[in-house]
Design a protein around this ligand. Structure first.
Ligand SMILES: C[S@@+](CC[C@H](N)C(=O)[O-])C[C@H]1O[C@@H](n2cnc3c(N)ncnc32)[C@H](O)[C@@H]1O
Length: 337
């Protein structure tokens, strides 16, 4: 691609993700399958205007998510499959959250936040922070939790890869702080059968027991779900893990969370911080884009491994090391008591 083409490609990035969002939101990927189906039949099934739907499906075809034949019949592609509701590692939740109306609305505040030096797009738009908003808005909360499980199906593998070869024999009780519906913790319990675990979360996230991973993954006997607020107190354990938690919060808030954990940890005492680690200036990296999303959605930021080590030290921990997933997309900073 020429420089002009590359820049144009960036300009039109949002078109692609919004076309994709419309397909997911309207249920297209759950209706179209491997057997080609005519646009009129799909539109009827989904209650859509047939001629406008045709143009959307054609665009989805152009993105490689559907396949169109000469008679306006559409089938799903392998890439489109990833967006089906019943696909085992579906990406659907991520699309609904990140391109849905709430998050879409935040981006317009980006230039003014940077001019004003105030990182508060969620407050500007909704007069609440993201978790208060999720607490009071059931539809958003459901989409948020689906997205977290969706992210987790990808990120859990990165965490397990990064921790491959780590000596877990000294750890007996792992607590996942802000552990969502428990995908990561339960995966660790499956892999390390001597471990027991606690998922610590806001009550609203874990109160629908149907959605929790412990039963689905067969580790219910070793996994407990505890509701609470990590800014008050966390359950006692000899190791803690937090994935995509500290990036939601400012440095001061992170030190508070890490200090609360430090107060409760026993024995050797370990904390694992799993996040996208920002590399040096020479390297283009997804974390540098995710950081701008965090600027819009929260008081947090993406950080370098050194910045996480600094937060650990400020909360009383000793920085031990940073492990990286082979994908290079996730790092784990380890601290010890
Ligand atoms: C970005 S999500 C990450 C979830 C999960 N660790 C994962 O990686 O999929 C942040 C999580 O922190 C939880 N959370 C936010 N504030 C919290 C608090 N004060 N105490 C406990 N959990 C909290 C949210 O409910 C949410 O599930």
């Amino acid at each position: 691609m020429t420089d002009r083409e590359k820049t144009l490609d960036i300009i039109f990035g949002r078109w692609r993700s919004q076309i994709l969002y419309a397909g997911v939101k309207l249920g297209v990927f759950d209706c179209v399958n491997a057997v080609p189906k005519n646009v009129s039949e799909i539109a009827k099934q989904l209650n859509l205007d047939s001629s406008l739907a045709y143009r959307l499906f054609r665009a989805l075809g152009s993105l490689g998510l559907l396949k169109e034949d000469a008679n306006r019949n559409f089938s799903i592609t392998a890439q489109g499959d990833l967006l089906r509701k019943d696909y085992p590692q579906t990406l659907r939740g991520i699309v609904l959250l990140e391109e849905g109306e709430e998050h879409y609305a935040l981006w317009k505040h980006l230039p003014s936040m940077i001019m004003d030096g105030k990182q508060n797009a969620f407050l500007r738009e909704y007069s609440k922070n993201i978790f208060e908003y999720a607490d009071s808005n059931l539809a958003y909360r459901e989409v948020f939790n689906q997205a977290m499980s969706s992210y987790s199906t990808i990120q859990t593998a990165w965490v397990l890869d990064a921790l491959e070869g780590y000596d877990f024999s000294k750890i007996h009780h792992m607590c996942d702080v802000g552990g969502g519906q428990g995908h990561l913790l339960c995966s660790l319990l499956v892999k390390y059968p001597h471990l027991k675990g606690t998922v610590f979360e806001l009550d609203t996230v874990i109160k629908n027991r149907e959605l929790l991973w412990a039963r689905k993954m067969g580790v219910e006997d070793r996994c407990t779900y505890v509701a609470g607020d990590m800014f008050d107190e966390v359950p006692a354990a000899d190791a803690y893990i937090m994935k995509m938690i500290l990036h939601d919060w400012s440095d001061e808030e992170c030190v508070k969370i890490l200090s609360n954990i430090y107060r409760q940890v026993y024995n050797v005492g370990t904390v694992f911080i799993a996040e996208h680690m920002v590399p040096g200036p020479e390297k283009p990296h997804f974390s540098k884009l995710f950081d701008i999303h965090m600027m819009c959605a929260s008081s947090g930021r993406e950080r370098t491994a050194e910045e996480y080590a600094d937060l650990l030290n400020k909360a009383g921990w000793k920085y031990s090391k940073t492990l990286h997933s082979p994908s290079g997309l996730m790092g784990i900073v380890e601290g010890n008591k």
